[in-house]
Design a protein around this ligand. Structure first.
Ligand code: GLN
Length: 563
């Protein structure tokens, strides 16, 4: 096929295209983010983008069991969880422009067609859909942010029907960019076959063959393996896949994902990438990164924290929370062990047994009624037994319900999300949410400022009066009940000035009881843990010390009793 004639303004940004082959779940997002880190460590300006081959406009309408966490950016886009990896690895804020889906691409093309923008033309996958994909890749680097390099991760696996337009688009775009302006990296699997006692290169050969049939010749191969590949195997892969033998890299399993950039650097990928892209940069600096990895790998103490969640079988649903605990743990030189508890279990089991050995409780965000009573019971136990508690979004709403019911005497207080006719709607729909018919992208999304009261845990953690944090919710503390709740002893320690919304609550008469309406987990970085996760883990570690526990409770811990 002859390349399409285009009259786009030349981009000075170099592109790295990353595809995956053989099977899914090889960790393409982590591998891409690690490559981003290699470039960032050299002082280059780097951004990243994910192309998702599904027809949903964004993952906001998908069930976490299907898709895992929905990552929210500052500008309020609901995006793929890989954007979380990108932010954590390259320490750059992502935005709406950094994630495109097939749904969005088609939406744009069809809207243009209806407007008459293609008047006379038959609108087709090639060139119109592929053209729009290229536009999206260029859009990342437009405006005030001229990046040196943009990494583009193509979702899915080579050979999927859905991924085809994306592979074709990166092929066309690569031709436009020309040599030394882009590279193609393919991530594959080199499995070890037990019966043959050998690693097998055939799946990789086939995957690359499939790419080459579409016209994409990878420059680098990253081979996921469970053992180092010897020279001969690499030479064989290089020969069959038409890649230089120094450009076949093995990517073994690592203890912590944050080790991967260091490993790839050691193998020489950073230097080779620079050569291929014709870029010059300073020597890489991994000092801080190395220090964090060392702390993660060699903790000096352990703390166990319970998570009462709803999607606990699919850990990807809580990806950013898990990573935030890794960052906070590293800060304290501690390993944070997470005890995952299906919230419904609190409804039939004993909280003390379920949370045995746990010195803290986190209740994360969520939607829907299932498990809500269990979450409320878990919080009651943590409150009454002075166990450090951290609530996030629905976790904060559950804490307010628990307090209203058990401390303020509002029997059956609830959120109107679950009990629309409750006598005590302590959590209610945000006013602007009333009457909304559309589900997609209509929550209160993205960054909003929050003012913190002095002399509070939140203020101590952030060390400032004003913060901004990211949101994704429709419900909120009902201000009609605020006075009653505060009279009962609940402190609203953080508020959004724009709408007088409660953003943070605390209980002063407790070692560490804090809950937030926003999602702090979205802003934690390995080298800069989120202040609330940092202090929550700190409080749990403190609680670990028997004397601190005795001091806090004044007695041996007992199961919660009816109040
Ligand atoms: N379901 C609640 C709301 O919409 C909480 C949302 C969340 O936890 N992200 O307000």
């Amino acid at each position: 096929m002859s390349p399409q004639k285009v009259s786009r303004k030349k981009s000075h940004t170099k592109y790295v295209f990353i595809t995956g082959g053989v099977v899914s779940s090889l960790g393409k997002g982590i591998a891409s983010a690690s490559i981003g880190r290699l470039l960032k460590a050299r002082g280059l300006k780097v951004s990243m983008m994910k192309l998702d081959p599904y027809i949903n406009v964004d993952p906001g309408t998908m069930n976490p069991f299907q898709h895992g966490e929905v990552y929210v950016t500052d500008d309020g886009a609901e995006t793929d969880l890989d954007l979380g990896h990108y932010e954590r690895f390259i320490d750059e804020e992502m935005s709406r422009a950094n994630n495109a889906t097939t749904g969005q691409i088609y939406h744009t093309v069809i809207s243009k067609e209806r407007k008459g923008d293609y008047l006379g033309a038959t609108v087709q996958v090639i060139p119109h859909i592929t053209g729009e994909i290229i536009e999206r890749m260029l859009a990342v680097t437009r405006g005030s942010k001229p990046y040196d390099v943009v990494l583009v991760e193509v979702g899915g696996t080579v050979g999927d029907i859905e991924s085809l337009p994306y592979i074709e688009a990166i092929r066309q775009f690569g031709l436009e960019l020309g040599p030394k302006n882009c590279v193609y990296i393919h991530l594959t699997l080199v499995p070890f076959i037990n019966t043959a006692q050998e690693v097998k290169t055939k799946p990789t050969q086939h995957s690359v063959k499939e790419l080459r049939e579409i016209g994409v010749q990878p420059d680098f191969l990253l081979c996921r393996t469970d053992r180092p590949l010897d020279r001969k195997v690499k030479e064989k892969i290089a020969l069959f896949c038409n890649v230089g033998k120094e450009d076949v890299f093995d990517v073994p399993d690592v203890d912590t994902v944050y080790e991967l950039p260091l490993l790839l650097e050691r193998e020489g990928l950073g230097k080779r990438l620079l050569d291929e892209l014709g870029l010059r940069a300073k020597e890489p600096d991994f000092t801080q990164w190395q220090a964090v990895v060392r702390k993660i790998k060699h903790p000096t103490r352990t703390v166990k924290i319970a998570i009462a969640g709803k999607y606990v079988e699919v850990r990807d649903s809580y990806k950013s929370i898990i990573e935030s605990f890794v960052h906070a743990g590293a800060f304290h030189g501690a390993k944070v062990e997470l005890q995952w508890i299906e919230a419904e279990q609190f409804e039939c089991g004993n909280a003390r047994d379920l949370m045995a050995d746990c010195t803290g409780l986190l209740v994360p965000g969520g939607f829907g009624e299932r498990g809500i009573e269990g979450k409320i019971l878990s919080i009651q136990y943590a409150r009454a037994n002075k166990i450090p508690f951290f609530g996030i979004c629905l976790g904060m709403q559950a804490a307010v319900i628990e307090f209203a019911r058990n401390v303020c005497g509002m029997r059956k207080a609830h959120s109107t999300e679950f009990a629309p006719t409750t006598k005590y709607p302590v959590i209610d729909l945000l006013p602007e949410q009333r009457g909304l018919k559309q589900k997609g992208a209509t929550m209160r999304l993205g960054s909003y400022p929050c003012f913190l009261a002095r002399g509070t845990l939140a203020h101590a953690a952030f060390g400032t009066d004003a913060i901004t944090e990211r949101h994704r919710h429709r419900f909120e503390v009902n201000n009609q009940f605020r006075e009653q709740l505060e009279q009962g002893g609940l402190r609203c320690t953080g508020t959004w000035p724009g709408g007088d919304l409660v953003e943070v609550i605390e209980l002063p008469d407790h070692p560490w009881f804090l809950a937030v309406q926003f999602h702090p987990e979205l802003k934690s970085r390995p080298t800069n843990p989120h202040p609330l996760f940092r202090d929550f883990v700190g409080a749990c570690l403190h609680q670990n010390e028997p004397r601190a526990r005795e001091h806090a409770t004044g007695k041996k811990l007992e199961p919660v009793t009816e109040e």
